[in-house]
Write a protein of this length. Structure first.
Length: 351
């Protein structure tokens, strides 16, 4: 089952990528410097010009260390929430596919977990395997970093990327940079680290930057038939989206108190068709899995208030996303050491 758009939108007019780097202050010297960097950067040859007739379709992997804004970027590029977000690092744990179709082009974006370097447990090995699988067979890679920053965790992800696949350096969170004049020398240093096809300083929260990004990506997608219908948004099932939504609310409402190794298992997912003008009904039973009794008490909260709120916020979001009525029940179970048990990691749906 695929999730489709809940609102109809007129396809956007393709944006010509004549200037890859945006003007980031009013000084002509800085803009000239940025454009000079682009001219000296080795570029992979893109496909035929986007203005040619015929359909285009291709895979675009979004990669980077944990918590650099990959999921926020994915949701903005798709135009609707597909991948869960929170301030907690390592929120994304699966390969999430988001589909955006406009004009004659269909973009198939793949959001990946942040590459894990801190703990070598079974869960993290599974997540890293997902990242490696995602970058192995794509048409374009978006390497996401925080604008002006690059550390060892970024370097480990960069080392995984094939030199044979065009890669864009996406300098995200540009809106958080205090001295934007510092970006130019930083970009100059970054071009020595990898043969990036193009530099794209941007903010995933800026609609104009997202339009520009789509125009840039379009050049690198091959001419071929679309893989999905024009109104599809993801190839993930509604059951999967329900599990991810519960996990997002869990992390958002527990903050840093709850270890990231907590997970969610959907025990029941039943659909009842609507009658007349009534919407269909989804009956969902979910189990939140934690590693300690203290974590269980934390999730439940005083007199069950926290788990009630997790359920309420999950229900509201799923009803909006899936255009249906939702009834959800939740339980919390303790499974000590599950994140370091490869068999249990697989049984919980990780690759």
């Amino acid at each position: 089952m695929t999730t489709k758009k809940t609102t109809s939108k007129t396809p956007a007019t393709p944006v010509a990528a004549t200037s890859v780097v945006p003007r980031i202050d009013d000084g002509a010297d800085l803009e000239s410097m940025l454009e000079g960097l682009l001219k000296t950067t080795p570029r992979a040859a893109p496909g035929a010009a986007a203005a040619q007739e015929g359909e285009r379709c291709g895979l675009v992997a979004i990669v980077g260390k944990p918590n650099v804004g990959k999921s926020t970027l994915m949701n903005a590029l798709v135009g609707q929430k597909i991948s869960i977000t929170s301030r907690k690092a390592q929120t994304t744990r699966h390969r999430i596919t988001g589909i955006h179709t406009r004009g004659a082009t269909q973009f198939v974006f793949v959001d990946t977990p942040g590459f894990q370097t801190r703990h070598n447990n079974a869960l993290n090995r599974s997540l890293n395997k997902t990242v490696l699988g995602a970058v192995g067979d794509v048409d374009l890679i978006l390497f996401v970093v925080e604008a002006g920053m690059f550390n060892q965790a970024d370097a480990k992800v960069l080392a995984l990327l094939s030199k044979n696949v065009p890669t864009l350096l996406v300098a995200n969170k540009l809106d958080q940079v205090n001295r934007r004049a510092d970006i130019a020398p930083w970009l100059q240093d970054m071009q020595l680290r990898h043969a990036f096809a193009e530099f794209v300083p941007m903010s995933a929260k800026n609609a104009k930057d997202i339009e520009r990004m789509l125009g840039i990506c379009e050049k690198y997608l091959p001419e071929q038939a679309w893989w999905y219908a024009a109104d599809e948004l993801t190839d993930r099932s509604e059951k999967f989206l329900a599990s991810e939504t519960v996990r997002e609310k869990l992390f958002r409402l527990t903050g840093d108190e709850l270890p990231y190794t907590s997970t969610v298992v959907i025990d029941k997912f039943e659909e009842e068709p609507g009658r007349g003008k009534q919407k269909r009904l989804l009956r969902i039973a979910a189990t939140i899995v934690v590693e300690r009794d203290g974590h269980k008490a934390m999730v439940i909260g005083d007199k069950g208030e926290r788990i009630k709120r997790i359920g309420m916020e999950t229900r509201v979001e799923l009803e909006q996303l899936l255009d249906c009525k939702v009834f959800i029940e939740m339980w919390v179970k303790v499974r000590s050491g599950w994140a370091d048990d490869e068999a249990r990691v697989r049984s919980f749906g990780y690759e």
